[in-house]
Write a protein that binds this ligand. Structure first.
Ligand SMILES: Nc1ncnc2c1ncn2[C@@H]1O[C@H](COP(=O)(O)OP(=O)(O)OP(=O)(O)O)[C@@H](O)[C@H]1O
Ligand SMILES: [Mg+2]
Length: 367
């Protein structure tokens, strides 16, 4: 009998389990845990994975045991694979508010520097530390977060039973975030349908209104960190978002270009004018290491990370090399398959910066 020694308990590591018992991947998928294609599973036990997805571990362990004995994926009760979500319509609706400990926008002085990829890598690193993470894709002009995570299914939207009706007497929408394979909650304008019923809700939206809706009218879980992928640049759009939300501090993403210092100076001034702290600077596409020789090439020129950090008055959180494999996985919608220590470095540096940054003591209540 194969796998007879394999212990399946809540403390079993997911990656080890799937390696020893391949059918476990199918069982986990049935529960909505897409662990086999996800780099985070390497760091998670069944219990941690279940908790991240808002599920109980016991039915998962039981189903895995059954699958091992029978060789088939057993039938799974709906309630066991439906994440426990706070419903604001429940009695005592106010207890249904999500608590979000830290809100961290990711900003860049200009487009195309890898802001969305850095946001995703940060989220993965935080998940690898077993934190609960959400991404609000505020870049409604070119939203790319769902694409990185391979998400296509439109968000579930219902009428908010608690919010007051609009001036036209229409109900306000209440969205359920998409959940990625590694249990990152994601909201993006790319995940809205253009069906009649929802078109009504989004007619003529202005940016800050839409972003506020993404922030407030979403059934976020209690999150440790909500990352916000801001529109690029220092135009009205990112500033409106920054202004309209209570944030812990901004992460600035740049590239090694002389121009970056000028652009970052402008961005930093604007952020400071809005009285928001800068948590740190990430220099993306900083260098390239040739896989055959290990030689380091500064493709875009020498690093400006320290200079930029000085201008921003904030530390360098990380320098990320150019990596064609990351670009490939990102383009294929498999950003979560990236298994790179840079994720941990980014997350550790961000958490340290958050720790150092003074903020209002209370957590933010939503909904
Ligand atoms: N370190 C990297 N190594 C290799 N490719 C990268 C790296 N960072 C980003 N890329 C690639 O560069 C492109 C731009 O990245 P991304 O979409 O994250 O940038 P952005 O700043 O969010 O852009 P936009 O301003 O359009 O929102 C993508 O194809 C991405 O996969
Ligand atoms: Mg982007």
């Amino acid at each position: 009998m194969p796998h007879v020694d394999l212990q399946i308990t809540p403390a079993t590591n997911i990656k080890d389990l799937v390696a020893a018992l391949p059918i476990a991947a199918d069982v986990l998928t049935q529960f909505g845990l897409g662990c086999s294609g996800c780099g985070v599973s390497k760091y998670e036990t069944i219990e941690q994975g279940a908790a991240a997805h808002g599920l109980r571990a016991e039915p998962i362990v039981a189903a895995l045991g059954q699958a091992r004995l029978s060789g088939f994926v057993p039938l799974i009760a709906n309630e066991d694979r439906t994440p426990a979500r706070k419903t604001p319509s429940a009695p005592g609706a106010f207890s249904g508010r999500a608590k979000i400990k830290h809100v961290v926008p990711v900003m860049s002085g200009k487009g195309g520097v890898g802001k969305s990829l850095v946001t995703a890598l940060l989220a993965l690193g935080l998940r690898r530390k077993h934190l609960r993470v959400g991404i609000l894709d505020a870049d409604i002009t070119g939203p790319s977060i769902p694409k990185l995570f391979g998400l296509h299914t439109p968000l579930e939207i219902s009428a908010d039973p608690n919010a007051p009706k609009t001036a036209q007497g229409n109900p306000q929408p209440l969205m359920v975030p998409a959940i990625s394979r590694s249990a990152i909650e994601i909201v993006s304008s790319n995940l809205l349908t253009d069906k009649e019923d929802t078109a009504m809700i989004w007619r003529g939206p202005i940016l800050s209104g839409v972003i506020r809706q993404f922030f407030e009218q979403v059934q976020w879980s209690d999150l440790d960190v909500l990352l916000i992928d801001l529109p690029p640049g220092t135009s009205d759009a990112p500033l409106t978002v920054l202004q309209s939300l209570k944030v812990d501090g901004v992460v600035l993403v740049t590239m090694p270009q002389a121009l970056a210092t000028m652009i970052v100076r402008k961005a930093a001034n604007l952020i400071h004018q809005l009285k928001k702290p800068i948590l740190g600077v990430v220099e993306n596409m900083s260098y390239f290491v040739a896989p055959d020789t290990g030689t380091k090439y500064e493709i875009f020129g020498p690093s400006y990370a320290d200079k930029v950090a000085e201008l921003a008055g904030a530390p360098v959180l990380a320098r990320i090399p150019i990596d064609p494999e990351k670009a490939r996985l990102a383009d294929a919608g498999e950003v979560e398959a990236i298994d790179d220590p840079i994720c941990d470095q980014l997350a550790t540096a961000l958490l340290a910066a958050l720790e150092r940054t003074p903020k209002e003591k209370e957590t933010i209540s939503l909904l």
